[in-house]
Design a protein. Structure first.
Length: 443
């Protein structure tokens, strides 16, 4: 390769790859965490099975900090990005092939696991590549762009793809075939992402595998990073906050789609697949986005310490919207959308405090690695409660389950008075998320 060609590739316009890279980062996460729930519900699995099986898929994001150093050491981040996109495409195609078969559950879960590990690895590489390929000012400028396209991925996955699957269900009267076609389309999209990014991603000079490190050096540095994290002042309270802040939401999110889809005779709302995709996957995601944007704006003005209580109340109290839906079971689709929008807006606004706290606690030496460890605990805080959510709901019924959800918000509020946060933290620190993002901004 000539020097001229090398320079040309190194200076590729960020607009050519940042939107597609972060759209590709968000889509498999949504497919694994949300679309799988809807699909298995339509296939007739119980809520207990759905919550248990799909919650296990969080595990790759829980243990991501343990293998993230190897993405730095082996190969380049560019290589990891395109390789993982090809692997994700293969996983999606595997799901599509196996859905019409008698052993669809075991096979599709295996492919979802492949996708989950590939997606978590893709997150590590993409966010590292972002910092290598852009200077500080570009990182700050494009952080809003990357977050927007991550949101578009959520709308596409939870909204458009679910609506498409619902339309195919009606036209074909064949649920396995409808979802198989939907996943084939997703697979084709990821093959296109692979081809596009293989061509368009730049070649940053710093993006080189650190093959000079010996395994012993890697393990020593790895151990120092973890030791420095677990010896931080206030580590116990911090881990408790990370695990508990979204306790209620971790259970609620696993039963949202089943509640919308289940028949009225069992306490659900009896929505079609299309309507559920519109309410939660489109209206809900838009409200979630607006809540997050407003949360970021207000936090930048007065800081995290000032907003921690309003945001904690915002992520807990709007869960009452689902209790309202369970009690009244409104037939008017408008009120379903209003309730979902209120809860999701509150979640988006309240989630801002959570992400800011993770950044706050990660400050200091090894801040990138420490942030990655924090997000591992964040995923664990979603995984464990989610695993039990389906069983709890089936024991209690939907109305009492949502009462239980409100009770589960109490530990979050009890923790807040003990949180010690610098009152200046969060004010006008617009570049912090761009440096510390993990690809799970909208988990």
């Amino acid at each position: 390769m000539t020097e001229k060609k090398r320079v040309k590739k190194t200076t590729r316009n960020p607009w050519a790859w940042i939107p597609t890279l972060y759209f590709a980062e968000g889509l498999p996460y949504v497919a694994v965490m949300s679309v799988s729930v809807i699909m298995y519900k339509r296939f007739g699995l119980s809520n207990t099975e759905i919550a248990l099986y799909t919650s296990w898929l969080y595990l790759p994001w829980v243990i991501k900090p343990f293998w993230s150093p190897f993405v730095d050491i082996l190969k380049t981040k560019r290589w990891w990005i395109v390789s993982m996109q090809l692997l994700i495409g293969a996983g999606l195609a595997g799901i599509a092939f196996t859905l019409p078969t008698p052993f669809y559950l075991q096979a599709s879960l295996a492919f979802f696991w492949l996708m989950a590990f590939s997606s978590a690895t893709h997150d590590i590489a993409a966010d590292g590549f972002y910092m290598l390929a852009l200077d500080d000012s570009q990182q700050s400028f494009f952080v809003g762009i990357r977050n927007t396209f991550y949101r578009f991925a959520s709308i596409t996955g939870q909204g458009l793809l679910v609506i498409l699957a619902g339309s195919l269900e009606k036209s074909t009267a064949n649920i396995p075939l409808s979802w198989s076609i939907t996943f084939f389309i997703l697979a084709g999209l990821f093959i296109a992402f692979f081809a596009w990014h293989r061509f368009v991603l730049p070649y940053p000079a710093e993006d080189t595998g650190k093959t000079v490190h010996t395994p012993k050096m890697v393990l020593i540095e790895f151990g120092k990073t973890f030791e420095s994290f677990f010896t931080k002042k206030g580590i116990g309270l911090a881990i408790a906050f990370i695990l508990i802040y979204r306790l209620a939401e971790a259970m609620l999110v696993k039963l949202t789609y089943p509640f919308l889809l289940d028949g009225r005779e069992v306490g659900g709302l009896g929505l079609s697949t299309q309507d559920a995709g519109i309410a939660y996957g489109t209206v809900g995601v838009i409200a979630l986005t607006l809540g997050g944007i407003i949360g970021g704006i207000v936090a930048s003005r007065k800081g995290l310490k000032y907003w921690i209580w309003p945001m904690a109340l915002s992520i807990t109290l709007p869960n009452l919207a689902y209790l309202f839906l369970a009690i009244y079971q409104p037939e008017n689709f408008f009120w379903v959308n209003v309730a979902v929008a209120i809860e999701q807006f509150g979640y988006g606004f309240g989630f801002t405090a959570y992400m800011l706290y993770l950044i706050y606690f990660s400050q200091g030496e090894h801040k990138t690695a420490h942030y990655s460890i924090c997000t591992g605990f964040m995923a664990l805080g979603m995984m464990l409660p989610g695993m039990a959510a389906g069983w709890i709901q089936e024991q209690l019924g939907y109305q009492h389950f949502f009462v239980f959800i409100m009770i589960a918000t109490i530990p979050t509020l009890l923790l807040i008075p003990f949180m010690k946060i610098d009152k200046e933290f969060g004010k006008a620190k617009k570049d912090a998320p761009s440096e510390e993002s993990t690809g799970q901004e909208y988990d």
